[in-house]
Design a protein around this ligand. Structure first.
Ligand code: NAD
Ligand code: MG
Length: 388
């Protein structure tokens, strides 16, 4: 299989699960943006046929390292190479674990080539939307959600997708509320990136950690659920569940609710996606019900998490609007992590960008990438103004 974004949090968890089943999975290609040391170490361990670095200089560094180690792995670079290892005829499964819209093209390449596509990269689906799902359908690909909430819902749903609209009443996504769940929103102006990334239950990459603190992560997940499961946005809900034990739920029209539970460890949904419909050992700790004091639920506070409701707004707006929101949020989060934007202004950048960039065309990949670029420019301007 190919692992896009192998050096990240989901990428390394994927390799951890794969390493437990050497008879079952073979690594064909590993990719990363810039981290040469990490990718070199992974190549030495898993001996893939290809290694791709998004950055060309990094690729040269990796190539000389692998040569010195007398490894036959071929090193490629650039976005085209990502598409190639995602769609290569010798690959049957692709883990999409790049962060952000940067992963869209390689997801589409894997989908068009009919791969078994394990999707962690939610931004790719938020931006790609209908085009993404249509590419999966036409390519004959199998799309398996890796995001823990969507994996939970997928596991609770009946096998036949055609039956979902008639049988399912609501999808209920759970959210931990992140590190600032109990905080007064007026105290969020001077939080640091490290505070925002200190998630109470999950260890993740920095972008998704900030998204969890603003709950933009849940907004992106509502959009993701809308595309994956085809139910109208009005039948998708979010509830806060601080313990992150129930990963999401499906309510059926007869009032029966199915939930999926587990310890918060991405290796569980990753193993589920890798083996589905079979099951393999993931290496995760088991839930100990004697130690579970209580499972609690509460409503998300709109004042503390103003970004959450943007999900339903952009889903009802012109096609392409979710791509604008995603790009704005990527820019705002990067600016926050760089120390150029206050945490409590991320939402303002998103709202202002949505106001300025109104999509008129969102059919092709080129349209979506154009919208993405426009929104990034508008968001940078907003960041610049808010920083000064
Ligand atoms: P991360 O930052 O830890 O890793 C990102 C990976 O993508 C790295 O390997 C990096 O080298 C690569 N990458 C970054 N920018 C790139 C670019 N421009 N071109 C090519 N490669 C690039 O991120 P993560 O936390 O592993 O998250 C990955 C994706 O999975 C995100 O979309 C995130 O929302 C989703 N996800 C993550 C978790 C989690 O627990 N970490 C859970 C659910 C969903
Ligand atoms: Mg999630």
């Amino acid at each position: 299989m190919t692992i896009l974004g192998a050096t990240g949090s989901v990428g390394t968890s994927t390799l951890d699960v794969i390493a437990r089943h050497p008879d079952r999975y073979e690594v064909f290609a590993l990719t990363a943006a810039t981290r040469v040391d990490e990718l070199a170490a992974q190549c030495l361990r898993f001996q893939p046929r290809f290694a791709v670095m998004a950055d060309e200089r990094a690729a040269r560094g990796l190539a000389s390292r692998l040569e010195a180690a007398q490894l036959s792995t071929r090193v490629l670079s650039g976005p085209q190479a990502l598409d190639e290892v995602a769609a290569h005829p010798d690959v049957d499964a692709v883990m999409a674990a790049i962060v952000g819209a940067a992963g869209l093209a390689s997801c589409l390449a894997a989908a068009a080539a009919g791969k078994r596509l394990l999707l962690a990269n939610k931004e790719a689906l938020v931006v790609g939307g209908a085009l993404f799902m249509e590419t999966v359908r036409r390519g004959g690909a199998t799309l398996l959600p890796i995001d823990s909430e969507h994996s939970a819902i997928f596991q609770c749903l009946p096998e036949d997708p055609a039956s979902w609209p008639q049988r399912v009443e609501r999808l209920i996504l759970t959210a931990s509320g992140g590190p600032f769940r109990g905080r007064d929103p007026s105290t969020l102006s001077d939080v640091t990136p490290d505070q925002a990334c200190a998630h109470p239950n999950w260890v993740m990459g920095r972008k998704i950690s900030v998204d969890s603190a603003t709950m933009m992560n849940k907004a992106l997940e509502v959009i993701e659920a809308r595309h994956l499961f085809g139910l109208p946005p009005s039948r998708i809900e979010v509830t806060l569940h601080p313990q992150s034990v129930i990963h999401s739920m499906v309510e059926f029209i007869d009032g029966s609710v199915l939930a999926q539970l587990g310890t918060p460890d991405m290796r569980v949904p990753i193993a589920c996606g890798l083996a589905w419909p079979e099951r393999v050992e993931s290496g995760s700790q088991r839930l100990d019900f004697r130690q579970l004091a209580s499972l609690t639920f509460e409503e998300a506070d709109e004042r503390r998490f103003p970004g959450l409701k943007l999900a339903w707004q952009v889903l009802e707006a012109a096609p392409g609007t979710p791509a604008v929101l995603n790009a704005a949020n990527e820019v705002a989060v990067a600016a926050f992590l760089d120390g150029r934007l206050r945490f409590d202004r991320i939402h303002a950048v998103n709202v202002e960008t949505l106001d300025r960039v109104r999509p008129s065309k969102a059919q092709s990949l080129a349209d979506l990438l154009d919208l993405d670029a426009q929104a990034r420019r508008a968001a940078e301007l907003a960041v610049g103004r808010m920083a000064s």
